[in-house]
Design a protein around this ligand. Structure first.
Ligand SMILES: NC(=O)c1ccc[n+]([C@@H]2O[C@H](COP(=O)([O-])OP(=O)(O)OC[C@H]3O[C@@H](n4cnc5c(N)ncnc54)[C@H](O)[C@@H]3O)[C@@H](O)[C@H]2O)c1
Ligand SMILES: O=c1[nH]c(=O)c2nc[nH]c2[nH]1
Length: 623
C-alpha cells in the first residue's frame, strides 16, 4: 500500500480543471482523490494520510473503533446530513464529494478539546484509549445530527455499535449524559423533596456528596464516582463550539454548490469502480458486465472481500441512484427503494406510524422494533434495504418480516422489464435468491394492514445490542369475527436462524386458518410447529435445544401478544393474565446509574484519589 501523504501536494489552484476531479474534504481540508484506489477503505486512506486516531478493530463493522462522521448534501432531503459510519467498511470512493470528520477534526489538546472530549476525559471515560475516538465520534455525529438534545435512550442506542473492553460503559455514559435531554427540576432541592444538606448529582440525578468541598488535608469520606467540581455539566448549547477555542467544522461551501457526477475509477488487481447516477446507467453497466457486483453500504460485500477473500472485479455503487432511493406512500402500501438506508427507513416508518390509523401500520411497527436491534447505528446509516434482502443471510432480521408481512419485491431486468415476486417466494436456498444476473431489486412494497391484522417481530441473540440473531421471526395473523368467534382468516409465521434461509412454517400457517383464536389453537399450533420447523441435532450453528425452544416460545409470545391486542374488542374471551404481561412488553433501557463508593485518603499525592489520568486528554483527541 503506497503512502498518500503526497496527495495534498498534488492539489492545484486551477479551479476550472479541478471541478470534475473526484474530491473529498477531511476535517475541513480539500483532498483530490487519485485514481487507482478503488480497493482502499476510507480507514486505510485516513490512517495512511497520518490520521491515526481512527482505529482498525474488528474490520467488519462490529466494534466502532473506526467510527468517523460523514456529511453530505442529501439530494432527496435537500439538506446536509451528518452520519456516523464505520470507516473500516466504507470504500474510499463511496465518500467522494463528502466531508469526513475524524476525531482529530473536532478538538485537540493543543487548540482545545471539544466538550464531548472534555467530558469524556474528565469522567474517567478512557483507559487504554483504543475505542475512545470511536465513542467520541458516535456521540459527535449524534449531536450534530439532532435538532434537539438527545434523550439518554438515544445516546445508548447510538453507542450500541461501539465496544469498550476496559473502561466500562458507566463512566462513558456518565460523560455523555450531560448532553442528554433531562428534566432540570430533577436536580433542584425543592422538587426532589431532599433536605437542603443533600446534594443532587447533575450526572446521576441521585443524592451524593460530589459537590461538597473537601478541605482537610487528610479527609476520609465516601463519595460516589460522578461529576465533581472540575466536572461542571456542559450544556447542550455549548456543543456549538462556544466553549472551546476551535471552531466547529462547517460543511464546505464547495460541496453545497458542487454537482455530483457519475464516476469511473479503478483499483488494484484490475478492480473497476462505477458510480452511476441513474437507473439506466446501472442497466448499461450490468449489460456490459453481467457479473458486476452492486454495492450500497458495502457492509456485506466489504466483509466478503476483506475477510473471506472474495474478489469482485467490477463494483457498481448504486447508493446515489434516485430511482432506487424512492420512499412513496401509496394507497396500497409503502414503497421502499432498494438503496434506501436502514436509518432512512426508520425515519419514514416513524412518519407513517404517526400519520396513519394504528391498525394499518402493524407491519411498520414490527419492522421499526426489529431495526432497533439490527446492528449498530454506523451500519444502519449505510446498509440498505435491498442489500439486506439480496444477501439473503439465514439470520437476516428483516427477511422473515418482509415474508410474514406479505411484502412484494419489484424486480427489473436490464431492459427495464419489471416483475413482482412475493417476499415469501424470493429466498430459495443458502444465500440464493430468485434474481437472475441481469436483474436488480428496484423496490419493496410493504402493504398496509387491515383492521384485525397483527404483525410482530422476534429476535434472540447473545446480547441485545449489535449482535446477530440466534433465532428470529416475523409473525402475522389476521382475525375476523364469525358466529361470535374470532377466527384466523390469514396467517404467516416465518423464522430465521433455523435453516439455510428464512423459512415459512407452512404447515402451521395452514393449521391456523379458520381456527378460533383461543388456548386450543395455541396448543395445537405448538404440536404442528414442532414437526413443521425441524432442527436436526447436527444443524449448523449449534445450540439446537435452545433454538428449538425459541421456535416455540416466540409463538407463545405471539399468541399472548395478539390475545392482549384483541382484548379490547367485544366478544373476545382470551384475556391475558396480568402475571403474563411482562412476556410481551417491549424492552426499553432503564436509566444507567452506577454508584461506586470508596474511601479517599488524601496524603498530598494523587495516589488513591480519583484524579483524571494523564493520558486521558490525549486519548480523547489523539492530537
Ligand atoms: N457488517 C455488519 O456488521 C453488518 C451488520 C448488519 C447487517 N449487515 C449486512 O448489511 C447488509 C445490507 O446492506 P449493504 O447495503 O451494506 O449491502 P452490500 O452493499 O454489502 O450488498 C449486499 C448484497 O446485496 C446485493 N445488492 C444490493 N442492492 C441490490 C439490488 N438493488 N439488487 C440486487 N442486489 C443488490 C449486492 O450485490 C450484495 O450481494 C446485509 O446484507 C447484512 O448482511 C452487516
Ligand atoms: O439482518 C441482519 N441483522 C444483523 O444484526 C446482522 N449482523 C450481520 N448481518 C446481519 N444481518
Amino acid at each position: 500500500m503506497g503512502s498518500l501523504l503526497r496527495e495534498n501536494e498534488l492539489e492545484r489552484d486551477d479551479a476550472e480543471s479541478e471541478s470534475n476531479q473526484p474530491i473529498l474534504y477531511v476535517n475541513g481540508v480539500r483532498r483530490v482523490l487519485p485514481d487507482g484506489l478503488a480497493h482502499f477503505t476510507l480507514l486505510e486512506y485516513l490512517r495512511d494520510t497520518g490520521l491515526t486516531g481512527t482505529k482498525l478493530g474488528c474490520g467488519e463493522g462490529g466494534c466502532g473503533a473506526c467510527t468517523v462522521m460523514i456529511s453530505y448534501l442529501d439530494q432527496n432531503l435537500k439538506k446536509c446530513v451528518h452520519l456516523a459510519i464505520n470507516a473500516c467498511l466504507a470504500p474510499l470512493y463511496s465518500v467522494e464529494g463528502m466531508h469526513v470528520i475524524t476525531v482529530e477534526g473536532i478538538g485537540s489538546c493543543r487548540y482545545g478539546l471539544h466538550p464531548i472530549q472534555e467530558s469524556l476525559a474528565n469522567s474517567h471515560g478512557s483507559q487504554c484509549g483504543f475505542c475512545t475516538p470511536g465513542f467520541v465520534m458516535s456521540m459527535y455525529a449524534l449531536l450534530r445530527s439532532s435538532k434537539n438534545p438527545p434523550t439518554e435512550e438515544d445516546i445508548k442506542e447510538n453507542l450500541a455499535g461501539n465496544l469498550c473492553r476496559c473502561t466500562g460503559y458507566r463512566p462513558i455514559i456518565d460523560a455523555f449524559r450531560v448532553f442528554a435531554r433531562t428534566d432540570d427540576a430533577l436536580y433542584t432541592i425543592q422538587s426532589s423533596g431532599l433536605s437542603s444538606s443533600e446534594f443532587v448529582c447533575p450526572s446521576t440525578g441521585k443524592p451524593c456528596s460530589c459537590g461538597q468541598n473537601i478541605k482537610d488535608a487528610v479527609v476520609t469520606t465516601t463519595i460516589s464516582s460522578c461529576s465533581s467540581d472540575i466536572l461542571k455539566p456542559i450544556s447542550y448549547s455549548d456543543t456549538d463550539g462556544a466553549a472551546y477555542t476551535s471552531k466547529e467544522l462547517i460543511f464546505p461551501p464547495e460541496l453545497l454548490m458542487r454537482k455530483s457526477t457519475a464516476l469511473y475509477l479503478t483499483g488494484s488487481n484490475g478492480l473497476k469502480w462505477h458510480r452511476p447516477l441513474s437507473l439506466q446507467h446501472v442497466f448499461d453497466i450490468k449489460t456490459r458486465y453481467p457479473n458486476a457486483k452492486l454495492v450500497v453500504g458495502n457492509t456485506e460485500v466489504g466483509v466478503e472481500t476483506r475477510l473471506k477473500n472474495l474478489h469482485y472485479p467490477v463494483l457498481v455503487h448504486i447508493a446515489h441512484v434516485p430511482e432506487l432511493n424512492i420512499l412513496n406512500i401509496k394507497d396500497e402500501g409503502l414503497e421502499i427503494g432498494a438503496a434506501v438506508k436502514l436509518s432512512e427507513l426508520v425515519k419514514v416508518l416513524k412518519l407513517v406510524i404517526d400519520q396513519r390509523a394504528p391498525f394499518q401500520t402493524s407491519s411498520c411497527r414490527a419492522i421499526l422494533e426489529q431495526l432497533k436491534w439490527f446492528a449498530g447505528t454506523q451500519i444502519r446509516n449505510v446498509a440498505s434495504v435491498g442489500g439486506n434482502i439480496c444477501t439473503a443471510s439465514p439470520i437476516s432480521d428483516l427477511n422473515p418480516l418482509w415474508m410474514a408481512a406479505g411484502a412484494k419485491f419489484h424486480i427489473s431486468d436490464c431492459k427495464g422489464n419489471i416483475r413482482i415476486c412475493a417476499a415469501e417466494y424470493f429466498f430459495l436456498d443458502y444465500r440464493k435468491v430468485d434474481l437472475a444476473s441481469n436483474e436488480i431489486l428496484l423496490f419493496v412494497l410493504l402493504p398496509w394492514n387491515s383492521r384485525y391484522e397483527f404483525v410482530k417481530a422476534f429476535k434472540q441473540a447473545h446480547r441485545r445490542d449489535d449482535d446477530i440473531a440466534i433465532v428470529n421471526a416475523g409473525m402475522r395473523a389476521c382475525l375476523e369475527k364469525k358466529d361470535q368467534k374470532w377466527i384466523v382468516s390469514d396467517a404467516s409465521i416465518v423464522y430465521g436462524g433455523v435453516a439455510p434461509y428464512s423459512i415459512s412454517a407452512i404447515e402451521t400457517n395452514k393449521f391456523l386458518l379458520g381456527k378460533h383464536w383461543n388456548k386450543e389453537l395455541y396448543h395445537g399450533s405448538l404440536e404442528v410447529l414442532e414437526k413443521d420447523i425441524i432442527l436436526k441435532d447436527e444443524a449448523p450453528g449449534g445450540m439446537v435445544e435452545f433454538r428449538r425452544s425459541l421456535i416455540l416460545s416466540f409463538f407463545f409470545k405471539y399468541f399472548l401478544w395478539v390475545s392482549h391486542q384483541m382484548d379490547v374488542f367485544p366478544g373476545f374471551n382470551g384475556a391475558v393474565p396480568a402475571s403474563y404481561l411482562s412476556t410481551i412488553k417491549s424492552f426499553h433501557y432503564p436509566s444507567t446509574i452506577g454508584r461506586q463508593d470508596y474511601e479517599i485518603v488524601r496524603r498530598g499525592t494523587a495516589v488513591g484519589a480519583p484524579e483524571v489520568h494523564l493520558s486521558s486528554r490525549l486519548q480523547v483527541s489523539i492530537a
